[in-house]
Design a protein around this ligand. Structure first.
Ligand code: SF4
Ligand code: SF4
Ligand code: SF4
Length: 268
């Protein structure tokens, strides 16, 4: 079967969030309580029960024109996926037909090595289930010849799923039609991704987008000598936190977890 990719064309997106809802519904993900942050973006970032979000951003371009920019954030399904490289249990793997990155949650041991290694900061750890969560490109659908749920739900044609070559050439043409400030994103990093964007502006104007994501050298080293150590320590002596320290230094608290803790402790 041919390698496939998903394309998000921001120039056709109305930020209706039909895709976000469809993702929740297909994957049986519960809604969570959130707090207003002065934007339609909700929740503010990916969560264990939210595999994708639509970002909303006000932007004033160099001509002084105010623009509303949208962006869909989810797993990029990297060709050289750092998460697959570091996962010691085989929970993360490449789909053999489409080359997307699937997840067998039964096998996840909650070591958080993928969380530390992902250059796009995608996987989310749930301390209640002690497992990690991310988009698997709706593997149960695509392996049965269906489009991913988010693609199926999109009413404007902003999302497409198809053979890599056809999608890449359609994306290049669309970018050309949109003009000089438009850009593609995803095709140039980590050996290429199986989720790519057409953006209305250059990537650097988008808040939170990774400007130059790379598989860290430490992940490559991990594959050759640290990973076997992690397997030995799968009981929890070293593992996710150890790799996080090696890759990124001390872990900062997740702002959302802090909000939740404050709410719980403060009884708000
Ligand atoms: S974006 Fe992160 S979680 Fe997704 S395949 Fe790439 S490394 Fe893995
Ligand atoms: S491909 Fe499936 S799991 Fe991934 S964002 Fe779309 S609906 Fe969610
Ligand atoms: S369903 Fe389509 S138009 Fe609506 S937010 Fe998602 S990508 Fe944009």
């Amino acid at each position: 079967m041919a390698e496939k990719i998903k394309l998000y064309d921001a120039s056709k997106c109305t930020a209706c969030r039909g895709c976000q809802l469809a993702c929740k519904q297909w994957n049986g993900l519960k809604a969570g309580q959130t707090v207003p942050t002065g934007t339609y973006q909700n929740p503010p970032s990916l969560q264990p029960n939210t595999y994708m979000i639509i970002h909303y951003q006000d932007y004033v371009d160099p001509n002084g024109d105010v623009k509303w920019l949208f962006r869909k954030e989810a797993c990029m399904h990297c060709t050289n996926a750092a998460c697959v490289t570091v996962c010691p249990s085989g929970a993360l793997y490449y789909n053999k037909d489409f080359k997307t990155v699937g997840m067998d949650r039964e096998k996840c041991i909650g070591c958080k090595e993928c969380v530390a290694a992902c250059p796009f900061e995608i996987p989310r750890y749930d301390s209640k289930t002690e497992k990690v969560y991310k988009c698997d490109m709706c593997e149960s659908r695509i392996t049965n010849g269906l489009d991913p749920a988010c693609v199926k739900a999109c009413p404007t044609g902003a999302l497409k799923w198809g053979d890599k070559e056809a999608i890449m050439s359609a994306a290049a043409k669309r970018k050309q039609d949109l003009g000089v400030v438009a850009s593609t994103y995803g095709d140039k990093f980590v050996g290429g991704t199986h989720f790519m964007y057409i953006l209305k502006e250059q990537p650097d104007v988008y808040d939170g987008i990774k400007k130059n994501p790379k598989v860290p050298l430490s992940v490559t080293l991990w594959k050759s000598w640290l990973k076997p150590l992690s397997l030995l320590a799968a009981g929890g002596v070293i593992g996710g936190s150890f790799l996080h320290y090696v890759l990124h230094g001390p872990k900062r608290p997740d702002p959302e977890e802090v909000i939740q803790d404050e709410k719980t402790q403060g009884g708000k």
